[in-house]
Design a protein around this ligand. Structure first.
Ligand code: PAF
Length: 266
């Protein structure tokens, strides 16, 4: 695997690359969830499934994107360990790890002189966006830049960040970017919590409390499977159980998975 930190060097690699390129963007702190994404991105996809020699090359980017952190969030504290990222990406089968400097990827950022993508309120204003204003504009802006640098055939994102996945799918369609966005299922640690860089911040008491999330969500799934359909009931029960477990709840909503609009029934 090659580690490339310079965009001009990457452009050279990309010009000479004759394979399909599959792209896994990350902010580093690579873990089992990223391993799964890279593994999935390494698999040949139609129409070349029958010709294993046409396996795609996987580019993984590592860039802690200042645009998607709000004031008071963990931009400075976010884990940065390039050596460990290199070793995980290479074990998982990536061909290139692209780790550009901020001034190369976001020239003008420090002076506030930046072209950016603005995500419509209907997608970015609710759910996680309600407590993180500007976050999805930051994600969309950096991904638009990374996509134009990497020029991938397919982009792989985790379903764990569902709102982000929907925002990116909508951006790709609205800006007519010629690539396929693939959502990959959430990877969980053995105790059931989603594998996530930020979950490493939790001490053991916090982690125990956080385990209410997968437990209560799967209970809501069982209620739904048993015939409970009303958003009011499902949301109410879920919120109550999370609060009973000692969690302070930002939101519980039942929304359409594509439009993110609230729905009255599941
Ligand atoms: O999901 C992430 O790690 C980030 O939001 C992404 C997609 C790499 C953009 O910075």
């Amino acid at each position: 695997m090659e580690l490339i930190t310079n965009l001009r060097e990457f452009a050279h690699w990309r010009r000479h690359c004759r394979s399909r390129v599959h792209f896994v963007p990350t902010m580093g702190g690579l873990h089992g969830g990223h391993h799964h994404l890279i593994g999935r991105a390494s698999r040949p996809t139609p129409p070349d499934r029958s010709r294993p020699e046409d396996s795609p090359l996987v580019v993984v980017s590592v860039f802690v994107n200042p645009l998607q952190f709000g004031s008071g969030e963990d931009f400075q504290a976010y884990p940065r360990d390039l050596q460990s990222d290199v070793s995980l990406a290479s074990q998982a089968g990536a061909a290139v790890l692209l780790a550009p400097a901020t001034d190369q990827l976001l020239p003008g950022h420090r002076g506030g002189d930046l072209f950016g993508v603005r995500v419509p309120e209907r997608l970015a204003g609710g759910l996680c966006g309600r407590s993180r204003p500007g976050h999805f504009d930051g994600v969309a802006t950096i991904l638009a830049r990374l996509i134009s640098v990497v020029r991938p055939d397919r982009l792989f994102l985790g379903e764990k960040d569902w709102q982000q996945l929907v925002v990116v799918r909508n951006m790709v369609e609205a800006l007519a970017i010629p690539l396929v966005v693939e959502g990959c299922s959430t990877v969980r640690d053995p105790d059931g919590l989603a594998t996530s860089t930020r979950n490493l911040y939790l001490n053991s008491a916090e982690r125990n409390r956080a385990l209410a999330l997968p437990r209560v969500l799967s209970k809501a799934q069982s209620l739904h499977a048993a015939g409970s359909r009303s958003a009011e009931d499902l949301v109410g029960i879920t919120r109550d159980r999370l609060e009973e477990a000692g969690l302070s709840v930002d939101y519980v909503e039942l929304v359409d998975p594509c439009s993110l609009r609230p729905v009255p029934e599941a």
